[in-house]
Design a protein around this ligand. Structure first.
Ligand SMILES: *Cc1c(COP(=O)(O)O)cnc(C)c1O
Length: 497
């Protein structure tokens, strides 16, 4: 079955998956969505015996229907190889009454590697298929993890250039060091004097700027996105939820057809939407638990039906979730409106103009698959400390947000369906916050370097290569820009006047 892609705002219809990946964002500012949901072509039992690569192919081929088998398998095999430090790629670990799906075994030790190690292959294959000879410039806003993972994927990939914008004071020390030391002639990093929402809005504006696109085209450059607004990010992410299910089957925890619950620490709503897409293609998922930090705009939305970003932006220990405008929610809005592009478009206009919108009662019914909650900073620290003390397992603050909300869900509902928790980052990436939660007195005074060794002792987990790398890597990127000057910075970097 051929799957084509439409904009959530109605301005573009019937693109192939490779065109949607190349464009990133639709010209009308909308997001590309599949025109229908395919269903898994193999039984759940068969999935249980598959390797990660084999299973990823079964999931991704359903959405990327204009890629040939050879093209897609080649992308998958190049992406999910020894760059990951475990052969399972995404191991499932049973601790504290839940199953942690460890998505941080890639090169930059956050879950963004799961999709961003394959996106460059999908993108260059898509360019070839569509006879694109322009250079593709990836513009990316990052709350800390996407930027590094995208650069690691695109560094020195012929025919590409990548520019990453991160909030200068809104990322962890490790995240910052990872980005500013990035190698590769085609990589550019810009610290902006604003928060993640400013960065994301600025990038989206550039995508919608005709003049910029024309000037770039005159230099044989076109823009695309590595953010989760790109459908090429979401599709690979749906695969690991199916993989988690397959592992539970294999371990005898469930039988084929039994439901599971999935908890996702959420920021831009990409990772949880991928889980929702997995449900749409036939994965038996009962509840999708949307976990937020103190920037709890999504918790309020799911409980009231009103999305209101007019509130303080809070810097937390889970910076990759410090977001008030969750872009991918637009894809869910579109689905629960009955694929009504006019309705979606008008709600997004209200969000742009007044920072707020309210969905209808019938749309609210479409949210029944979700449960939402949030964790305070104090609860996050408490959860990290408790799970370490009780289970000897160390989790990062993002994952701790999810674990906290999962336990609340379980207490409130009594629902003890086997639950997968998306574990989105290695604790090493947030060593300071993690050790502070475990024993502030003992660890707070240590330097970053001493903390890595301390975390090794506390967790028993080997220091990942990504951390060893930044210990000595020289700083290569020092550009700082105001939010207003983002486009000017891009023009300078690309030599567009
Ligand atoms: C990006 C990120 C998230 C949030 O994922 P979304 O897809 O933006 O909802 C959560 N945890 C970590 C560690 C991340 O890097």
């Amino acid at each position: 079955m051929q799957v084509l892609y439409n904009s959530t705002r109605g301005g573009e219809k019937g693109l192939t998956s490779s065109q949607a990946i190349l464009n990133g964002l639709a010209g009308d500012g909308g997001l590309y969505v599949p025109d229908s949901f395919p269903t898994l072509e193999v039984s759940l039992d068969e999935l249980a015996g598959m390797s990660y690569q084999e299973l990823a192919w079964e999931v991704m081929k359903l959405f990327l229907t204009d890629f040939t088998e050879e093209e897609l398998r080649s992308c998958i095999n190049h992406a999910y190889d020894s760059k990951f430090d475990v052969p399972e790629i995404a191991p499932l670990v049973h601790k504290d009454g839940a199953w942690f799906l460890e998505l941080f075994h890639g090169r930059t030790i956050a879950f963004k590697d799961m999709a961003l190690s394959i996106l460059p292959y999908l993108m260059t294959t898509a360019a070839r298929k569509n006879h694109i000879t322009n250079k593709i410039c990836i513009l990316t806003a990052t709350s800390g993890d996407t930027g590094k993972a995208a650069m690691a994927g695109f560094a020195d990939v012929p025919g590409t250039e990548i520019i990453v914008f991160f909030p200068k004071d809104g990322v962890s020390p490790v995240q910052k060091k990872q980005m500013v030391t990035q190698k590769g002639k085609n990589t550019h990093v810009v610290a902006i004097t604003g928060n993640f929402d400013d960065a994301q809005t600025g990038v989206k504006k550039m995508f919608g700027d005709r003049k910029l696109a024309e000037d770039a085209a005159a230099r044989e450059i076109q823009f695309s996105s590595a953010n989760s607004i790109n459908i090429g990010r979401l599709v690979p992410q749906a695969a690991y939820y199916v993989y988690a299910y397959a592992q539970l089957l294999k371990q005898g925890v469930i039988r084929a057809g039994d439901p599971i619950n999935i908890t996702v620490p959420t920021g831009n709503f990409g990772n949880i939407l991928a889980a929702y897409y997995a449900k749409q293609i036939g994965l038996p998922v009962k509840k999708l638990i949307c976990a937020s930090n103190e920037n709890n705009v999504l918790t309020d939305f799911f409980t009231t039906g009103t999305y209101d970003k007019n509130r303080p932006f809070i810097l937390t220990t889970s910076p990759s979730m410090d977001i008030l405008v969750s872009s991918n929610l637009e894809r869910l809005i579109y689905l629960i409106s009955g694929e009504d592009a006019a309705k979606t478009s008008s709600l997004m206009a209200s969000l742009r103009e007044g920072g707020k919108y309210e969905i209808t009662d019938s749309m609210k019914e479409g949210l029944a698959d979700f449960y939402a909650g949030y964790a305070t900073e104090k609860e996050v620290a408490g959860t990290i400390g408790r799970i370490h003390a009780e289970c000897g397992y160390v989790i990062d603050p993002h994952t701790a947000v999810a674990a906290t909300v999962y336990h609340r869900f379980r207490e409130e509902t009594g629902d003890d369906t086997p639950a997968v928790i998306a574990s989105t980052a290695s604790p090493y990436k947030f060593a300071r916050a993690v050790l502070h939660s475990i024993d502030a007195e003992k660890y707070d005074a240590m330097t970053d370097m001493e903390q890595f060794d301390a975390l090794h002792e506390v967790s028993g987990v080997k220091i990942p290569a990504a951390i060893e790398e930044i210990k000595t890597a020289p700083v290569r990127h020092k550009t700082v820009s105001s939010v207003e000057d983002m486009q000017k910075t891009v023009r300078d970097m690309l030599g567009i006047d």
